[in-house]
Structures are given as structure tokens and as C-alpha cells.
Unconditional design. Structure first.
Length: 277
């Protein structure tokens, strides 16, 4: 396992690599959800590269950039167990030098849901992922279904900019009670951790209603909202039933749909989703 800190060093190493390269971009503080991506990349590629970079441009002014959990030594030990070949750990200045002034804006799919709640978030995500793709030159890149909109945005960018990389979306990894694994779960107190299960319960209700024959998207949104509102510690940001490709809100579920939500549990903002298929 090699730990690389500069673009120049990684590019020099990349020239020597043969065979397929699987790439997992992360912002660190790894959990089983991240490791599932690494395992998939390991199974499908000759070389596995993981980046650890807390990207400042995807955090808003009032978000948790300064307090986002970091533990590089722990992350490196986890990645070594998964037989990761290369870990790229650049500094902010390495990715965004002082003269940096070019951004990637994905329109439409990036403007809804998370994009509406977190202005500028996907500009930061798309820009850093585009840069990482240029640096690593992966054959395949792996993203989690938990961040479904992010995966959709990245797929759109790759298609529109004719990038030579295949995007692989890996199913969400959940705790035993259904809570989607997230680095931000560490912010939750024991009482908040229990309350956070309301996200999975609301999504499960949506799938149950749909499988039972309910096609009216607004009725499903209303029942999801009602369930969440019964949890005193929960505050809804959005509840969505949308087209799984465009993320346009649906009136009737007549195609593949994505049920998604963002909910604050105390001060912690959590997201989750489930496809209706």
C-alpha cells in the first residue's frame, strides 16, 4: 500500500500501472459503507486507488467543514486490511492552488433536492471529482447509493463531458435497525441515534405503500411526512418522490422512482433514499 500526497507523484505512478484501475473517492472517516465500495473495486480491478480529501468547496458557510470527523491513521489501517494499492491524500493547496478559478456546473439534476438545500454543494462535488478523475484516470469509479443524487450528478457529468470512466453505484450499507451508515452518525447522541431510524421507517413505508398499489406520489409523501413528524427530535428538510433519472417530482408513479429525504435529528442533517422498483 502506497500513500501519495502530490498530484505529480500520483501521475508518475499512474504511468507505470497496467490493468484496470478502480477508484473510490472519499472524504474520509471511513465506515462499512465506504469499505463496501473498496471491496467491490478490489473484486473488479487489478489496481485499487482510494482518495481521502475533505473537499472544502462542497461545504456551505454554515456547514460542518471544521468539525467533520477526521482520523487518517484509522482510515489507512482499514484500507490496508482491504488490500488497497494506493491512497491519495492531497492537501487543500494541492487540489485548489491560489490561482484556481475553474468550476464544473451540472445543471438540472444538481439543482433539486440537495442542490436546492445546499447551494453550491454539487459544484464543489463535480469539480473535485472531475479533477480526481483527471489525476487518477480510473477505469471504474465507485459511489454509494446512499448519496443517490451525487451518483446521478456524476453520471451526468461523465456523459456530458465524454469522460472515459465507468460509474458503478453500490447498494447502501445499513445498520441492523436500517439506519444508513454515514460518518455523520457519530454526531448523534444515543437518544438521537434511536430517533434517526425514522428515516428508514419513512422510506420503508413509501415502498410498502407503492408495493401495495399506491401510485399517487403526493399521498405517499404525505404519509412519509406524517410519520416523521411524530418523532419529536426530527425536523424535515425535504421529502421527495421523483423520477429516478431526472429527479423531477412525480404526480403519479408510472416509472422508476426514487423516494428520498433529508431530515435533521437534533443538529445533525441526515439523508437517505430507496428506489421504488
Amino acid at each position: 500500500m502506497q500513500v501519495i500526497k502530490t498530484i505529480a507523484e500520483l501521475r508518475e505512478l499512474r504511468r507505470c500501472l497496467t490493468g484496470s484501475v478502480g477508484f473510490v473517492p472519499t472524504i474520509g472517516y471511513l465506515h462499512e459503507g465506504h469499505l463496501a465500495l473498496v471491496k467491490r473495486a478490489r473484486a473488479e480491478n487489478a489496481i485499487v486507488v482510494v482518495s481521502i480529501f475533505v473537499n472544502p468547496t462542497q461545504f456551505g458557510p454554515s456547514e460542518d467543514l471544521g468539525t467533520y470527523p477526521r482520523d487518517l491513521d484509522r482510515d489507512l489501517k482499514l484500507l490496508e486490511k482491504e488490500k488497497t494499492d494506493i491512497i491519495f491524500v492531497p492537501s487543500d493547496a494541492e487540489i485548489y492552488p491560489s490561482e484556481f478559478s475553474t468550476w464544473v456546473d451540472v445543471e438540472k439534476v444538481a439543482e433539486r433536492l440537495e442542490g436546492a438545500s445546499r447551494p453550491g454543494h454539487f459544484r464543489g462535488v463535480a469539480t473535485v471529482v472531475a479533477k480526481l478523475f483527471n489525476i487518477v484516470q480510473p477505469t471504474k469509479a465507485y459511489f454509494g447509493q446512499k448519496d443517490a443524487q451525487q451518483a446521478i450528478v456524476i453520471k451526468r457529468m461523465v456523459t456530458d463531458l465524454n469522460m472515459m470512466v465507468e460509474i458503478v453505484v453500490v447498494p447502501t450499507v445499513r445498520e441492523s435497525d436500517g439506519l444508513a451508515m454515514s460518518s455523520r452518525n457519530t454526531y448523534l447522541s444515543p437518544k438521537e441515534r434511536q430517533a434517526a431510524t425514522v428515516l428508514f421507517r419513512a422510506l420503508s413505508l413509501a415502498r410498502q405503500l407503492w408495493q401495495g398499489g399506491e401510485k399517487d406520489a403526493d399521498k405517499i409523501r404525505q404519509q412519509m411526512t406524517s410519520l416523521i413528524q411524530r418523532e419529536p427530535l426530527a425536523k424535515i428538510d425535504y421529502v421527495s418522490i421523483a423520477d429516478a433519472d431526472t429527479l423531477e417530482e412525480l404526480d403519479m408513479i408510472d416509472r422508476l422512482a426514487l423516494a428520498s429525504l433529508a431530515v435533521r435529528i437534533g443538529k445533525t442533517r441526515l439523508i437517505d433514499n430507496m428506489t421504488l422498483e
